[in-house]
Design a protein. Structure first.
Length: 66
């Protein structure tokens, strides 16, 4: 598992990150479009997703590459 993560871990995280952002943006666009909070929600979701993906990647590296 460690070798697999070392080889494909960053790629898997980037693919998951792009997929998560696409789904969140689609949902936000469908629910909040035309409201004043639309751009605020987009920015907040982008920041939260970026932080959590970065933390998850660092934790996975620390656990799997020991």
């Amino acid at each position: 598992m460690s070798e697999l993560w070392k080889r494909y871990g960053k790629t898997a995280c980037i693919i998951f990150y792009v997929f998560a952002l696409a789904m969140q943006m689609t949902t936000t666009f469908l629910i909040w479009n035309g409201r004043s909070l639309f751009w605020i929600m987009i920015i907040i979701q982008f920041l939260i997703t970026t932080v959590f993906i970065f933390i998850a990647y660092k934790v996975a590296n620390r656990v799997l590459l020991k």
